[in-house]
Every structure is written in C-alpha cells, then in structure tokens.
Design a protein around this ligand. Structure first.
Ligand SMILES: Nc1ncnc2c1ncn2[C@@H]1O[C@H](COP(=O)(O)OP(=O)(O)OP(=O)(O)O)[C@@H](O)[C@H]1O
Length: 483
C-alpha cells in the first residue's frame, strides 16, 4: 500500500535462524566435571602408555627395570629377565611366526632405532644436506617408526617443508653407507612421508624349487617365484602382456618355464592354449614341446605366418566380443591363449628379410595392443631392450628386468624414475640368476623377486605330465581353475 510520502511498505522477511544446538555435555551439572575430567585424563594416559609401550618397548622397559632394582634389588631383576628370556625361547620353539611378530621384531626394531638411526640421524641429515636452516631455525627430517625385518630396516621419515622424495633418492648411496647397509631404496608413502629400505642382506640368494605340479590356476595371479618379502611372485596374464628382459644367463628360461609349470593343469584341461615361437631352433621351447598347442622353431616365414594367424584370431574374437564382454572369461567357452616368444628380437629386429621383419612386428603389435579383452597374452623374452630392437615396449603392461648390463637398460625396461626408486637390475649378481625387478603399469612401486628354478629333472616331470594328454574339447565346467 502506498504511504503518504510516496514510498511503499514492504513486509520484512521472516527470521530464519536455526535454534542453536548445544553439545550435550554443556547441559551436565557443573559438579559432574569432577568425575568426567579425571576419568578422561586417566583414559588418555593409559592409551598413551599403551602406544608408547607398543612403539618403544625398550625405552619404557628401562625405567621399569630401575624401579625393580630400587625396590627389590638386582637379583630379582636378573630372575625376571631370565624368566622373560626362557618364556620367549619357549614361545619361539612353539610358534615362531607369532613370537617374531609380537616380541622379537619389536625389540629388534627398537634396538636398531636407538643404536643405529637415532644415534646418527642428526649428523647424517646435516652432512647429506637433507636438513636445512631458515632464519636461524634448523629444519631436520623427523625419524619416525623403524621396523626391522632382519634382512632390511624400514625407516619412516617425515620430510622437511619444500623437500621432495628425489632429494632422498639422489642420496641413496650415502644413506646406505652412513647407516651401515648394503643398499638403500626410497618409497613414497604419502605426502611428506617417505620410507627408506635399508638392506643388509639379500633374502633371494637361495634358488627356489618349483611347487608341486598341478593345483588351482588363477590367470590373474600366476605364481612364478617369490618376492623378497617372502610373498608369492604373482604374474598377471589375464588382461596383461609380459616382457621379460635379461642378458644371456640372467634366467629368462626360469621365468618362462615357471609360467608354463603353473599353467600346466589348465593347459592339460584345455582351458589355456600355449603357442610358442623359438627362433633359437627349439633350444628352449623344444625342452617340452607337448605343452604347446602350436610351436615353431625358427624366425622365418613359418613363424611369421603363425604370428599373423594369431593376430587375425585376436581381431576376429575382439569383433565378436565387442559390446558383449570387456575381458575374456572362461564362461565364453574359448581357451585363453598365451603366446610365448623366446627371442623376440630375432623376429622383429635381427630378421634379415625386411618384409618378414615388418610383418612379424605388425602381428606382435596387434596381439599385444588388442589381445587383452579377447584373452590373448604375450610373454616375450628378449636380451636387448633398446628401442631399435623392441620399439613397442610400452605395449607390454608388465615388464620384468632380470640382470642387465647398464643402468640405461633398466630405464628402458622399467620406465623412467623406477631405477632411482631402487630397482637396480644392473646390480643383480651373476650368482643369482632368476632374480628380477618387476614393474606393472598402474603400480608405482617396482617389486624384486626370484623365479623358481625349473631344473632339467623338473622339465622331465613336465614332459611326463603332458605326455599322456590328449587334445580335449574346451571344458564346460573346468575344475580347479579360477580366472
Ligand atoms: N631361478 C633360478 N634359480 C637358480 N638358477 C637359475 C634360475 N634361472 C636360471 N638359473 C640357472 O642360470 C643359468 C642360465 O639360465 P637360463 O638359461 O634360464 O638363462 P637365460 O637368460 O634364458 O639365458 P639365454 O638368454 O642364454 O637363453 C642356468 O644354468 C640355470 O640353471
């Protein structure tokens, strides 16, 4: 409604304020604070003591020992220690795993933290230029948890502001020498936190024998050896392409035969089909030809024709799968194909006939780039990883570097920056064939492992395993196979 002075009255908007919600404890009577506050303090102190005891048992056991001496004397302390040691020994005898995890490892970790790392930390950080000063204040990387695993110490570090993990990677050697280790690797855990692996001995020095022939086959986790952490070395075949590189004698054969050994039950059941090309005239694959559905022992027209045949199959199956399935599954009723090429370079680089070379290269590229979904995996073995030799290394999603000659070759196989994180395949000892660094696409950290040693007598068993086998139709319900 217009007002006499010409202006209009506008109703104010209703006040929309939420009623304040007070925390419940504000409504308690004041005298209850006398109960609540001391209780909360006691709970906090107990939690702190438990955490400290768990993290730094030695530091807290020392004052406890002093209290025992003060009240009951040395003899009681010695008696308590003897009982403790006897208890631990009995525990160790009964169940090593739990005793190691709950007693020996924490004590060892504390001991090494106090005697090695805490002791030399400040000096080492300053001399290695990992500490810094600004406006009179010193910034020192913080030593966090130390976990000793016998063969290595895992040392967690909080970096100082404006520091990058590369600064630590560049000083790996000086850190290893300063802390008395054989080598050091750097792993990024999360922003500002890195973990140093200070290695004292190689847990992979002993050759590993293959497991019992037969059993469940999981194409996503084919166990071909053991990692340095003591876990199974699992190679993914379903949805992956594998390139294995190593100088002569590095143990490429052991990776290849470990794969065949693990796949054997599925091959015999007809669920997996092995196809092989061995340009070395059958020196390698000829040791167990019955495992292969098709195998060619040269790098000439026959080998190239086989590769082209597989490439055509890949395309045909991919066309059929389009819009139906994204990844091969056993329910599709067609076998998963593993193409093993023993000396890949002989086919795609050293082949004297240019046309054959190009045809072989095109076929292998087709299989590696399109084979994932229709169920085709390539396991390619090569000695020389240079670009002129294998120009399409990036198509292999899993790359295994056995012993190599030069650091640059490690970068070629595993990718840039992986060697700086510790994957020193050029430092693998000649006395440990089968030891390798593996890098999978999509996983930042490389893994160090050793393949099973498939001996001549193992190969004889493998030949025996396949000998009575007849060609079977694809099983409707395969037994003991997971994919
Ligand atoms: N995982 C392993 N554990 C122990 N010894 C191994 C292992 N792998 C291979 N060896 C031994 O190392 C030697 C060389 O192995 P292998 O022939 O597999 O190497 P390679 O890389 O295939 O060589 P090449 O390129 O000449 O064929 C063999 O005597 C073999 O017994």
């Amino acid at each position: 409604m217009p007002r006499p002075d010409g202006s209009r009255w506008v109703d104010p908007a209703p006040l929309e304020v939420a009623r304040p919600r007070l925390p419940w404890w504000v409504l308690l009577p004041w005298w209850s604070l006398w109960i609540v506050v001391p209780t909360a303090l006691v709970v906090l102190l107990v939690r702190l003591a438990v955490r400290l005891l768990h993290r730094y048992p030695l530091v807290l056991l020392l004052p406890a020992g002093l209290v025992v001496v003060r009240w009951w004397g040395w003899s009681v302390l010695v008696l308590v220690l003897l009982v403790l040691v006897a208890g631990v020994l009995i525990w160790w005898g009964l169940h090593q795993v739990s005793c190691w995890r709950l007693v020996v490892r924490p004590v060892l970790s504390q001991w090494r933290r106090a005697s090695v790392y805490a002791f030399r930390w400040r000096t080492t950080m300053r001399l290695a230029n990992l500490a810094n000063r600004d406006r009179g204040r010193e910034y020192l990387p913080r030593l966090r948890v130390v976990r000793s695993e016998g063969w290595r110490d895992r040392v967690r570090v909080r970096m100082i502001p404006a520091q990058s993990p590369e600064a630590w990677e560049l000083r790996r050697d000086s850190l290893a020498h300063s802390f008395g280790a054989r080598s050091c690797r750097v792993r990024v855990l999360r922003p500002r936190v890195v973990e140093l692996d200070l290695i004292h001995r190689d847990p992979l020095v002993r050759p590993l024998s293959v497991s019992v022939l037969g059993g469940v086959v999981d194409l996503k986790r084919v166990v071909v050896g053991r990692t340095e952490n003591g876990k199974p070395w699992r190679l993914r075949l379903l949805g992956s392409q594998v390139l294995v590189v190593g100088v002569p004698g590095a143990g490429k054969g052991s990776v290849l035969w470990s794969v065949v050994w693990q796949l054997a039950p599925a091959v015999r059941d007809g669920l997996v089909r092995l196809v092989g090309v061995d340009p070395k005239g059958g020196m390698e694959l000829g040791q167990c030809p019955d495992a292969f559905d098709r195998v060619v022992y040269d790098s000439g027209p026959e080998a190239v024709a086989l590769l082209e045949e597989i490439a055509a199959e890949v395309k045909e199956r991919a066309a059929r799968y389009r819009g139906v399935r994204r990844l091969w599954a056993r329910s599709g009723g067609e076998p998963f194909t593993v193409l093993v090429i023993d000396e890949l370079a002989d086919l795609i680089a050293y082949q004297p006939d240019r046309q054959l070379r190009e045809r072989a290269s095109r076929a292998v590229q087709t299989i590696t780039s399109q084979g994932r979904a229709p169920g085709y995996a390539v396991v390619g073995l090569v000695q020389d990883p240079r670009k002129e030799v294998v120009g399409f290394r990036h198509l292999f999603t899993t790359r295994v570097a056995l012993r190599l000659d030069e650091p640059q070759q490690v970068d070629m196989v595993l990718g840039d920056g992986v060697r700086q994180r510790g994957a020193a395949a050029h430092e693998i000892s000649e006395s440990t064939p089968g030891v390798a660094w593996m890098k999978e696409d999509g996983r930042r950290e490389p893994e160090r492992a050793r393949a099973f040693h498939v001996t001549d007598s193992d190969l004889a068993r493998l030949r025996e395993y396949f000998r009575p086998a007849e060609v079977r139709p694809f099983p409707a319900r395969p037994e003991g196979v997971a994919a």
